[in-house]
Design a protein around this ligand. Sequence first.
Ligand SMILES: NC(=O)c1ccc[n+]([C@@H]2O[C@H](COP(=O)([O-])OP(=O)(O)OC[C@H]3O[C@@H](n4cnc5c(N)ncnc54)[C@H](O)[C@@H]3O)[C@@H](O)[C@H]2O)c1
Length: 256
Amino acid sequence: MSGTHSGTTVLVTGASGGFGAASARRFYAEGANLVLSDLNEEALAALAGEFSADRVATLAGRIEDEVLSEALVKLALDRFGRLDIAFNNAGIAYRPTKLAEIDSDEARLVIAVNTLGVFYAMKAQLPVMEAQFRAGGKGGVIINMASVAGVVGAPGGSIYAASKHAVVGLTRSASIEYARRGIRINAICPSFARTAMVQNILDDGDDNATDLVRGIPMRRLAEVEEVVTAVMFAANPANSFMTGQTLHVDGGLTAF
Ligand SMILES: NC(=O)c1ccc[n+]([C@@H]2O[C@H](COP(=O)([O-])OP(=O)(O)OC[C@H]3O[C@@H](n4cnc5c(N)ncnc54)[C@H](O)[C@@H]3O)[C@@H](O)[C@H]2O)c1
């Protein structure tokens, strides 16, 4: 199999969802072996069924359980011998709610999934990538899914924004710590895109799609493939000097 990621191992969390599944398909098309994880076991199995069995491994579970990330890294090593790229993408949102009305249990869950999930993932992935680098080979690439809500405020989404600002903080800090250890770490920051997450917000709340795109210069939602293009750019081995960055895929929102 020839392609930009031929023979590499790529781990994707939240793999059954919009960005996760689309990026898994792109990495596979470019030659990668896949380690896929999601909470939704059924959807995960359906996605894996699209790929050749010798090039995909799956493990369902909750990303806020630290042991899942450890098991995923072990699965990558057992099945494919290395871990080259990790796309830490699993995350949750909630219908727009003013801060004082956010249920505290829900707030804890958002932080656990969106922030600690990325922390546990990197904690398991970094030592393996560093060891690969020290053994004289290539280290690895980590791509964390943040959001524009990781770099600017999100009215109605304060805890979500806090959880994603924390992902940006983890990304920037770790990128410096591991810059000379063969590991590049960047974050993707999309505005609202056409996935199930946004459809749920539209279905549950008073907002319509026009409300969601009002502040966006391009006045539209992002297409999933436009976000995946940024993921592939961050992952590309030719993009070897870029680390610690937030890639804003937001129709110009953060240009203000
Ligand atoms: N869609 C957007 O507009 C948008 C914008 C910015 C950032 N994001 C981020 O992109 C990421 C992917 O979201 P998406 O839009 O593809 O949504 P999605 O709902 O289609 O996909 C999210 C996936 O994560 C899985 N998941 C949820 N909770 C989990 C948990 N506790 N453990 C493991 N897996 C879990 C879901 O089953 C789902 O398959 C999220 O981190 C989200 O915050 C989305």
